[in-house]
Design a protein around this ligand. Structure first.
Ligand SMILES: Cc1cc2nc3c(=O)[nH]c(=O)nc-3n(C[C@H](O)[C@H](O)[C@H](O)COP(=O)(O)OP(=O)(O)OC[C@H]3O[C@@H](n4cnc5c(N)ncnc54)[C@H](O)[C@@H]3O)c2cc1C
Length: 295
């Protein structure tokens, strides 16, 4: 398997900035995200505080970033990373059922990825899961609810339906359905997850109660501390120092995920710093291995 020097997770302003700088510094890299780059930037009608581009619309800024990526020959890998495992000298990244390897990771997944539904955080790892590949096997033959908010990730839900005994499929997209005799398609939001030691059921927006053994959230963004176990957080944000180092060696973070202000200029600046810190880290490892660093 090819091992990249830098994996950037997230294609918003912070991720694009990190990727451009990593590329300029000649590092091999993967940029995970979407071709639309950032829903947040796209939704900005008018950006008045970005230096040099007065009153640019979010759509135009995304267009310019996309053009710059093409010109720099950086492609976006349209996959959501669901888990990251430190392997000593490198990281293994799971995206759906695919695996990637990178020596360093820069997380730029944006803000607002903390657990959102009552019971979700409390029962995380005890019936609440974000990763079909990691946890699907635990629910073989059991009853589960599957919430999916991303059309490109419906295959994850289908994978779970192959394993589980019964699936309540709760897509947040209007026209999404799963087929299978064991699947019940319900277009409803989850209001609450119930259970004390483990998940025992979910309550839907209309008050319907479903008895389930587990619930999977198939989302295109995963809380940072779920992506990488033992990642230090501070008030719902990834804790970083001024060079964007996290508490995990070789793992950096930038942009909204590191804290307020949620602003494009901050995201771009931190992406730049994180890329330089990752380059410095890679180069120092090579130098300390006498230039023969192999793995
Ligand atoms: C309506 C609105 C108006 C705004 N106006 C302004 C403004 O005028 N000026 C200003 O400075 N800021 C403004 N902002 C804020 C600005 O958009 C954000 O600060 C900025 O987008 C943050 O960039 P980011 O790269 O950190 O994260 P984001 O732009 O949120 O990008 C994160 C990306 O990472 C992807 N991602 C997340 N997790 C994963 C994963 N596990 N695997 C793969 N990809 C993943 C997401 O899908 C997303 O594409 C506005 C925001 C909104 C919502």
């Amino acid at each position: 398997m090819e091992r990249y020097e830098i994996a950037v997770i997230g294609s918003g302003p912070a991720g694009v900035s990190a990727a451009l700088n990593a590329k300029i510094r000649g590092k091999s890299l993967l940029l995970f995200g979407s071709k639309q780059l950032s829903d947040k930037v796209l939704r900005s009608e008018k950006i008045s505080n970005y230096p040099g581009l007065p009153d640019i619309s979010g759509e135009e800024l995304v267009g310019r970033l996309q053009k710059q990526l093409v010109e720099m020959e950086i492609s976006v890998t349209e996959e959501a990373v669901t888990s990251i495992y430190p392997m000593g000298n490198f990281f293994t990244l799971l995206a759906g059922q695919k695996e990637y390897e990178a020596e360093t990771v820069i997380l730029t997944g944006g803000a607002g990825t903390a657990a959102r539904i009552p019971g979700e955080e409390k029962l995380l790892g005890r019936g609440v899961s974000y990763c079909a590949t990691c946890d699907g096997n635990l629910y073989r033959g059991k009853t589960i609810a599957v919430v999916c908010d991303t059309p490109t990730m419906e295959s994850e839900a289908a994978f779970l339906a192959e394993l589980a005994g019964k699936v309540y499929y709760l897509p947040l997209m209007k026209n999404s359905t799963l087929s299978g005799a064991n699947v019940e398609n319900l277009h409803s939001a989850v209001r609450e997850i119930q259970g004390e030691e483990r998940v025992s059921g979910v309550v839907l927006a209309d008050g319907t109660q479903l008895a389930v053994d587990g619930i999977f959230f198939i989302r295109n963004s995963v809380p940072p501390a779920v992506l990488l176990r033992n990642l230090k957080m501070q008030e719902n944000h990834v804790a970083v120092d001024r060079q964007m180092h996290t508490n995990v060696e070789g793992f950096f973070a930038a942009g909204d995920c590191t804290g307020r202000p949620y602003q494009i200029a901050k995201a771009v600046g931190e992406g730049n710093i994180a890329a330089h810190a990752a380059v410095e880290y890679l180069d120092s490892r090579k130098n300390s291995a006498g230039g023969n660093y192999a793995d």
